[in-house]
Design a protein around this ligand. Structure first.
Ligand code: RB5
Length: 146
């Protein structure tokens, strides 16, 4: 059992994958905060990226999973918030490197782009990998200057 809380969010095009990954996370023992959307009805992906940014800044969750159709719109939107480091991935090496080198706090998927088993593989790698720190600390710090 883990005490970490993971937020999940996505638009209508990410709804099915978000729901699947939400169940997976719960089965893995994570607390999950579902920020929506809650159906396949058309919505605007920036609203869910912004909800994720809020949930991570107010401490409701420590990391997040974002999904839209391509993963592009929601990652661009999320990364406009200085405290968000959202990594769009399509294979697990990128998911692992996003943690090791970039200290990514959100993993992003294109629900229309990746199959469920690829997404699961990426999510497991993302959750299991620690930030390496060291030389990467100052680079990560430079992404969000104070
Ligand atoms: C929605 O149709 C689609 O544009 C959205 O999910 C995403 O792919 C945008 O980047």
């Amino acid at each position: 059992m883990t005490s970490e809380t993971i937020a999940v969010a996505g638009d209508h095009a990410g709804f099915d994958l978000k729901e699947t990954l939400k169940s997976d996370l719960q089965e893995m023992g994570y607390e999950v905060v579902d920020l929506g959307t809650h159906s396949r009805e058309s919505v605007d992906y920036p609203d869910f990226a912004n909800a994720m940014a809020q949930a991570l800044s107010d401490g409701r969750a420590q990391r997040g999973v974002l999904v839209c159709g391509t993963g592009l719109g929601i990652s661009i939107s999320a990364n406009r918030h200085p405290h968000i480091r959202a990594a769009l991935v399509h294979e697990s090496l990128s998911a692992r490197m996003a943690r090791q080198h970039n200290d990514a706090n959100c993993i992003v998927f294109g629900g229309r782009m990746v199959g469920i088993e690829i997404a699961r593989d990426c999510l497991k790698a993302f959750l299991a990998t620690e930030f390496e720190g060291g030389r990467h600390e100052q680079r990560v710090a430079k992404m969000s200057p104070r």
